[in-house]
Write a protein that binds this ligand. Sequence first.
Ligand code: DO4
Ligand code: MG
Length: 283
Amino acid sequence: MQLVKFQYNDGLFAGVLTNGRIHFFSAGPVATITHYLDSGELVSLMKKTVDSPTDEVDLNDVKLLAPIDQQEVWAAGVTYKRSRTARMEESESAASCYDRVYESPRPEIFFKATPSRVVGPLNGLRIRSDSNWNVPEPEIAMVINSEKKLVGFTVGNDMSSRDIEGDNPLYLPQAKVYDQCCGLGPAITPVESMPSRKETTIELSIHRQGNEVYTGTTDADEMARSFEELLSWLIRDNSFPDGVIMLTGTGIVPDGNFGLEPGDEVLIHIAGIGTLQNHVIQG
Ligand code: DO4
Ligand code: MG
């Protein structure tokens, strides 16, 4: 059972996805998910909805939307060895910063996106007009409610301009935050339904003109920090009245000079959640 936001005919709805069918919430058609994330009884509300005779619709007949209302999106960085190595290679001047932050008690945490900068499944993710080297970053995204409690997970794509970030670490916000810089979806899996960290595999594949031009894989167990640890740093002296989504860092960075091109299709699959697919557009 997963929580989804979707468009059906001309309306926006939230509901529960199970076995390829979406059940509208039993409270009647609602367009937001925050209430359910904040309820303290997400799984039982979802079960109640599936078990009650409410309207339902086939997954193939709707357009899934990014599972976000008014939440800010934040991100952690350099939480996997692969990210540390790649960052140290791309930025000679900041190599020691990346090396140190991987080992330090305090993680790297940065602001990633407002909801208007987030795109959902099958929508276009942007590469900046002033950048020549861009990669997707496939990341497990924690869904945290307004009580600062981790309630679920979704798939995140932390699009990054590596040439801008590599030029000077002070350019990080520009390499990370811009229109259509973040992908989220296709659904939220409640914490209780996620596989173990080792079984939470993360796969990235990139297709260009019908050919697979990149593929990579890792799993959540490769992450150097726990989800709880990242969350505890994020919420320190920070309130999130609408809840917050936190990307947990990438463990897959393509080698060498590989960069995205407009028209590429990016597929990120995370076990227990599903596949987030987006195409790439140039700003
Ligand atoms: O420090 C740069 C960003 C790191 C990041 O986004 C990641 O490791 O996923
Ligand atoms: Mg990242």
